[in-house]
Ligand binder design. Structure first.
Ligand code: NDP
Length: 292
C-alpha cells in the first residue's frame, strides 16, 4: 500500500510521519514538495506518487489571518481538498482529512455530534466546512476527522505560548468562557493510523468522525493546568496558576469569532474502533514532560 502524507511539517503531520510507517510505503511532503495553492502541482504530484491512501495534514490554520484572506484560506482548505477528493474518487484511493470544531457555531448545550447542523462563524470555519462538503460531494472513499485545540511539542500552539508568557510576565489574562478538549497531535496521529488500518480491513465505514481527547476545559483552565504542571517539573515561571486571571471573550477581542462550545462527541469513533479516548490532561502531562 502506498501512502502519501501531505503537510508533514505541521503539528499533526510530524506525528503522522511516525504512526503511518507501519501501514505501508510512505511518501511525506512538506509545503516545499507540494504547495496546495498550486492546483497544477497537486495534479502532478498525485500522478507521480499514485497513492492508495492520501493523508492531508496540511491546512491554512491562521484563523485570524483568514478573516482578511478568505480566498487564500478557501483555496487551501477547500479548493485543493476538492482536487484531492477528485483524484481519490477516480482512482479508488482513500482520502484522510482533518476538520475542526469551528464548523459549528458553539451555541449547542452539550458536545456536538457528527450529524449536528454546521454553522461556521469565521472565514477559517467556512473554508474548512467547504472542504468537508467537497469531499462528501465527490463520493470518494474518505475519513474526515474533526478535532479541536491541537497541541504538540512541534511548532507553535497555545500551551507553549502560555508557558513562554508565564516566564516573562507577572500575571496573565486568559479567556475562561470558551470550552473544548485540548487534543494532542500524538493522539490524532495514533488514532488516524488505527482508523486507516480498520478501514482497510472493512472494520470502519468512511465518513466524518469526531476525534478529540476526553473531558473539556476552558483556555483559562488549560493555561492554569499547564503552568502548574510545568512548575511542578521545576520550571521557573514568574506567573503561577494563582496569577492567571480568567476573562470573558469580549475582553480579548480577536478578528475571528470562536465557538463558546467546542466540545465534540467522540462516541461514534470510539464505538466503531473500540477505543477509549484519554483525558486531555494525559497528553498535556506528556507535553510538559517532553518540554522539561
Ligand atoms: P499546523 O498549522 O501545525 O500545520 C499545517 C501545515 O499545513 C503546515 O505545515 C503548513 O506549512 C501547511 N500548509 C499551509 N498552507 C499550505 C499550502 N498552501 N501548501 C502546503 N502546505 C501548506 O496545523 P495542525 O497540524 O495543527 O492541524 C492539522 C489539521 O487539524 C488541519 O486540518 C487543521 O485545520 C485541523 N485542526 C487544527 C486545530 C488546531 O488547533 N491547530 C484545531 C482543529 C482542527 P508551513 O509550515 O509551511 O506553513
Amino acid at each position: 500500500m502506498k501512502l502519501l502524507l501531505i503537510g508533514k511539517n505541521g503539528q499533526v503531520g510530524q506525528e503522522l510521519q511516525r504512526t503511518l510507517l507501519p501501514l505501508g510505503e510512505l511518501a511525506a511532503l512538506g509545503r516545499d514538495g507540494l504547495d496546495l495553492g498550486d492546483l497544477g502541482a497537486v495534479q502532478r504530484v498525485l500522478a507521480e506518487q499514485a497513492p492508495d491512501v492520501i493523508v492531508n495534514a496540511s491546512a491554512y490554520t491562521a484563523v485570524d489571518r483568514a478573516e482578511s484572506d478568505e480566498a487564500g484560506a478557501t483555496a487551501v482548505n477547500a479548493g485543493a481538498v476538492a482536487a484531492l477528493a477528485a483524484y481519490a474518487r477516480t482512482h479508488g484511493a482513500l482520502l484522510v482529512h482533518y476538520s475542526t470544531d469551528y464548523v459549528f457555531d458553539g451555541a449547542k448545550d452539550g458536545p456536538y455530534r457528527e450529524d449536528d447542523a454546521t454553522a461556521p462563524q469565521s472565514a477559517y470555519g467556512r473554508s474548512k466546512r467547504a472542504g468537508e462538503e467537497a469531499i462528501l460531494a465527490s463520493g470518494c472513499r474518505a475519513l474526515v476527522f474533526r478535532t479541536s485545540w491541537v497541541f504538540s511539542s512541534h511548532g507553535g500552539n497555545f500551551i507553549k505560548t502560555m508557558l513562554r508568557l508565564a516566564g516573562e510576565r507577572d500575571s496573565l489574562s486568559v479567556v475562561a468562557d470558551q470550552f473544548g478538549a485540548p487534543t494532542s497531535a500524538e493522539l490524532i496521529a495514533d488514532v488516524t493510523a488505527l482508523a486507516i488500518a480498520a478501514y482497510r480491513r472493512g472494520a470502519l465505514e468512511g465518513g466524518i468522525y469526531h476525534l478529540t481527547a476526553a473531558g473539556a476545559t476552558s483556555w483559562h483552565g488549560l493555561a492554569s493546568y499547564a503552568i502548574e504542571r510545568a512548575m511542578a517539573r521545576g520550571a521557573q515561571l514568574k506567573a503561577g496558576p494563582a496569577q492567571i486571571k480568567p476573562i470573558a471573550t469580549e475582553a480579548y477581542p480577536l478578528p475571528a469569532q470562536r465557538p463558546r462550545n467546542s466540545r465534540l462527541d467522540t462516541s461514534k469513533l470510539c464505538g466503531a474502533l473500540d477505543l477509549q479516548m484519554p483525558d486531555w490532561k494525559v497528553h498535556v502531562d506528556r507535553l510538559i514532560d517532553q518540554l522539561s
